[in-house]
Design a protein around this ligand. Structure first.
Ligand SMILES: NC(=O)c1ccc[n+]([C@@H]2O[C@H](COP(=O)([O-])OP(=O)(O)OC[C@H]3O[C@@H](n4cnc5c(N)ncnc54)[C@H](O)[C@@H]3O)[C@@H](O)[C@H]2O)c1
Length: 337
């Protein structure tokens, strides 16, 4: 069985380059979302624990099955020097159930989340968007900037975090990119003049990072930090009075910003935008919120693309996790001397 560690993901990205990897990933996610009806979907299974959540995210189509194990513990960086979000995942063959690959997914989660953000913006934000506001400058933030920068001609990145060290870290990591960096003292200043806003903060409570009065009409808000019951980032009137797009309504009602709006609330899902069943753009329709909580389909896309690339590039280790034997009924023989 193929096993991909962090170093293997690094090797894949070094071989094909950040930009090409992101562009291929955005294409793969788009193609998979356009085959929405081919997937067997369910809301993720969440185990809520003190200070966090542990989730399993399964999905399959006729050929492959994937699942991700992921946590969300916002206090981790401060209390135990662990990441807020850590993940591993698996890809299997549907026909036989044989596991094909086990994989690190902390990096892959950041990559697929940013790719999905950029994909949503490709359809929903102004084509000529120049200014990106990034609120929350932790683990996800650089990936967000990079994915947007490949689809939009960004000139300025405005950024804010309650932790000034996180702001410095992000600016340092991205300093090679030719864009104006504007550190901001608060969220209100940060979003001034922005065309695209990403909120990727971590706090297990109802936060109000953005309120209606801060937002001009033709802004695309990519809200991805609110992804659990009781964990949101936007004021409820901002959500109510904007056009909202979600990944998978059944799951987003439980976990997204729209949990503020009650069980009867409905809005378009991303696949309807990508297949043009629903047409929405901030230029014509006013503020749009992509209320992202993260959906298993994005994990399927990143796992299947990464599996294909790892095989093409001959990267990864083959570990003896699944018995390979002549007589498959003789499992006991594995334990005999
Ligand atoms: N939607 C998705 O698909 C998806 C995917 C990955 C992560 N997430 C979520 O995104 C969020 C960020 O993840 P991360 O891995 O970057 O976490 P992180 O802990 O590394 O970074 C979060 C940052 O938010 C900052 N922050 C907290 N409250 C703030 C506030 N009020 N104003 C400004 N900054 C604030 C923290 O100081 C921290 O630097 C988490 O809530 C995570 O659950 C969502």
């Amino acid at each position: 069985m193929l096993v991909l560690e962090i170093d293997d993901i690094k090797k894949i990205i070094e071989k094909i380059g950040f930009k090409d990897y992101f562009l291929q990933l955005i294409d793969t996610i788009e193609k998979d979302y356009k085959s929405w009806d081919d997937f067997d979907k369910m809301p993720r299974v969440a185990t809520h624990v003190d200070g966090g959540v542990i989730e399993l995210m399964p999905i399959s189509n006729k050929s492959q099955y994937s699942f991700k194990y992921v946590n969300g513990h916002p206090k981790n960086p401060n209390t135990s020097n662990k990441l807020t979000v850590m993940a591993t995942g698996q890809l299997s063959l549907v026909e036989t159930g044989e596991p094909l690959m086990f994989c690190e997914m902390t990096l892959l989660t950041a990559l697929r989340t940013a790719a999905t953000s950029a994909l949503a913006a490709k359809y929903l934000a102004k084509k000529e968007s120049k200014i990106l506001a990034l609120i929350g400058n932790g683990a996800q933030s650089e990936f967000q900037y990079l994915a947007f920068s490949y689809l939009f001609d960004l000139e300025e990145i405005r950024y804010f975090d309650v932790d000034s060290k996180a702001m410095e870290k992000m600016a340092l990591n991205l300093k090679e990119y030719k864009v104006k960096f504007t550190p901001c003292p608060d969220a209100k200043t940060c979003v001034k003049g922005a065309d695209i806003i990403t909120t990727c903060t971590a706090d297990k409570r109802y936060q109000t990072i953005l309120t209606k009065d801060m937002i001009k009409k033709d802004v695309f808000i990519n809200a991805l930090g609110g992804d659990c019951p009781g964990k949101t980032e936007l004021s409820s009137d901002l959500v109510r009075d904007s056009n909202v797009v979600v990944e998978f309504l059944e799951q987003s009602k439980i976990e997204g910003e729209i949990q503020h709006l009650g069980d009867d609330y409905i809005c378009p899902e991303l696949h309807e935008i990508l297949t043009k069943k629903v047409s929405l753009n901030v230029a014509n329709d006013g503020t749009i919120i992509f209320d992202s909580v993260g959906f298993a389909l994005q994990d399927y896309s990143v796992l299947s693309l990464t599996y294909k690339l790892a095989k093409e590039l001959d990267i990864g280790s083959h570990l003896n996790l699944i018995p390979q034997m002549k007589d498959v009924k003789d499992l006991y023989s594995l334990l005999k001397e």
